[in-house]
Design a protein around this ligand. Structure first.
Ligand code: 48F
Length: 254
């Protein structure tokens, strides 16, 4: 068999176009491929829900790859160990209640579970706006190629619809800000100082539907809720992703 360059190109264009067309309508779109977003995506898709994940960077994993100050290790507390076990991520007890894992293994294994469960990932794709109509709910997202945004090229976007949107964009809580900036009734209190214990204790309280059709998770939840930050302890990110998946599932099945 000889390899034909044009057939290779046709395979790529045809397959990705097919997937993009299929995901113009989905049950849930998650924006942001950090730890909370990929956990939420994997757990939702494991329930048979159609999930698309939009990430503006080339790589998925957000702030988890870098561990703490580029030491590729994360700390996870006891409450979240069941999620490490769920994704088969190895860990070791450092001191009572403090467990250490490889940040790289954690990203790779959650992502692998997400792919196995059928999550479709659209990387290098940025969300630049939301679809909100008379119903006053987020009904979809306005997307563009991330390099278009980076180079400020004047190129119009495309749109995708979903029953639920999850803002997993981290500290910037980008989707919540888009809703608020265009007049949506949504209060963003802003992120507080570093205070790991408080930030981790309260993150589940902030993980909720903050505007019809829009759930916030991870650091986006804490930023919207006016909560502190926690640094490289990641139990709250995983638990928040899990809670967001439960909330999204309930809305989708309602
Ligand atoms: O920041 P990020 O890792 O979010 P997270 O899941 O986790 C936070 C932790 O990494 C860490 C922490 C906890 O210990 O404090 O910071 O809350 O990942 C957010 C992802 O969202 C992407 C961004 O590139 C990153 O990978 N993102 C941001 N804006 C957009 C976006 C956008 N407009 N469109 C698509 N993706």
């Amino acid at each position: 068999m000889t390899l034909d360059e044009v057939t290779i190109s046709r395979a790529i264009l045809s397959e990705q176009s097919r997937i993009m067309l299929e995901y113009l309508d989905s049950d849930c779109t998650i924006v942001g491929g950090g730890p909370s977003g990929i956990t939420c995506a994997a757990l939702l898709a494991e329930e048979g829900i159609k999930v698309g994940l939009v990430e503006k960077k080339l790589s998925i994993g957000g702030g988890m790859w870098g561990g703490g100050m580029m030491f590729p290790r994360i700390v996870v507390q006891k409450e979240a160990l069941r999620l490490l076990d769920h994704f088969n991520i190895g860990y070791r007890e450092f001191e009572e209640g403090y467990y250490v894992a490889s940040s790289i293994e954690a990203v790779a294994k959650i992502l692998s579970a997400a792919c196995d469960a059928g999550v479709q990932i659209f990387n290098l794709t940025t969300v630049e706006d939301v679809v909100v109509k008379d119903a006053g709910a987020v009904e979809g997202l306005v997307i563009n190629w991330a390099p278009v945004e980076m180079t400020k090229l004047h190129v119009d976007p495309l749109m995708m619809h979903s029953k639920v949107t999850v803002d997993a964009t981290g500290h910037d809580s980008v989707i919540a800000h888009m809703v608020k900036n265009k007049g949506g009734k949504l209060e963003i209190k802003g992120e507080g100082f570093m205070w790991a214990e408080k930030a981790e204790s309260n993150i589940l309280m902030h993980t909720k539907e903050v505007f019809p059709g829009l759930i916030v998770t991870g650091m986006a939840a804490n930023a919207v809720g006016g909560e502190n930050r926690m640094g490289p302890v990641f139990g709250g990110m995983l638990l928040s992703g899990e809670k967001a998946a439960g909330l999204a599932k309930k809305k989708i099945k309602a």
